[in-house]
Design a protein around this ligand. Structure first.
Ligand SMILES: CC(C)(COP(=O)(O)OP(=O)(O)OC[C@H]1O[C@@H](n2cnc3c(N)ncnc32)[C@H](O)[C@@H]1OP(=O)(O)O)[C@@H](O)C(=O)NCCC(=O)NCCS
Length: 198
């Protein structure tokens, strides 16, 4: 484990979630949770269909990146059921400038319950406090208002639009850019009512 992530050795907990490092034995459950066309469409590096072999590669790569101080990928585990409901990562670390980017996904059957805001809030709090980051950035596709809502609920500020920023599916896409400073961070309000993904 790199000295940089020494402060985050074990799982971190919030009200309903535990965030922990992925293990090889999680591969089947991760693949079942993340393999969805809507998740693949909204993210840059998650394929559809997503097989157990993809999950194993992710688990091995995330360990290597953690050991090198390049990235921190954690699973969102619902504390009451022990089930994996999503993933949240810090990546693109710039240690000279104490900043990184955040990304996340939630399994569709658990959408609308506020898991992503809870996980983003927890990881951002840990990153500011224990990793001494001073800024966290996030980018979403323009169509992804659900992800924009997650960021606004945790205090991120919309900072601009990066035009023709990423290439996916053979065409260029704009990215909506968000940023979070420690003083911006807000505890998200609990969701009003449970919704079921269609
Ligand atoms: C974006 C995402 C992480 C949100 O996770 P979540 O735990 O459902 O977050 P929330 O419960 O706070 O819901 C966020 C928004 O999703 C939308 N939403 C909620 N329930 C939904 C449902 N059943 N179906 C579709 N969208 C829904 C709403 O716009 C909601 O905002 P609101 O609460 O202000 O109305 C999740 O939709 C997801 O994994 N999407 C695909 C991957 C992705 O977009 N990752 C981020 C890449 S930048």
């Amino acid at each position: 484990m790199t000295r940089r992530f020494r402060a985050i050795r074990g799982p971190v907990r919030s009200g309903r979630l535990l965030l922990r490092f992925p293990r090889r034995t999680d591969a089947e459950e991760i693949a079942a949770a993340v393999s969805d066309r809507r998740i693949a469409r909204a993210t840059l590096n998650i394929p559809f269909p997503y097989h157990q072999s993809d999950a194993l590669r992710f688990i091995i790569r995330s360990r290597r990146r953690r050991e090198r101080g390049e990235g921190l990928s954690l699973l969102m585990v619902e504390r009451s059921s022990g089930q994996i409901v999503g993933g949240v990562s810090l990546f693109a670390f710039d240690w000279d400038r104490s900043k990184a980017e955040i990304g996340y996904w939630v399994t569709p059957s658990a959408w609308g319950q506020g898991f992503a805001p809870e996980a983003v809030h927890l990881l951002a709090r840990v990153a500011f406090r224990d990793l001494k980051l001073h800024r966290i950035a996030a980018g979403t596709f323009e169509f992804n208002s659900a992800s924009g809502r997650v960021l606004l609920k945790t205090g991120f500020v919309r900072e601009g639009l990066a035009r023709r920023d990423v290439r996916k599916g053979g065409r260029w896409h704009n990215t909506v850019m968000y940023g979070l400073l420690p003083s911006d961070l807000r505890r998200p309000k609990p969701p009003r009512a449970r919704r079921v993904a269609k």
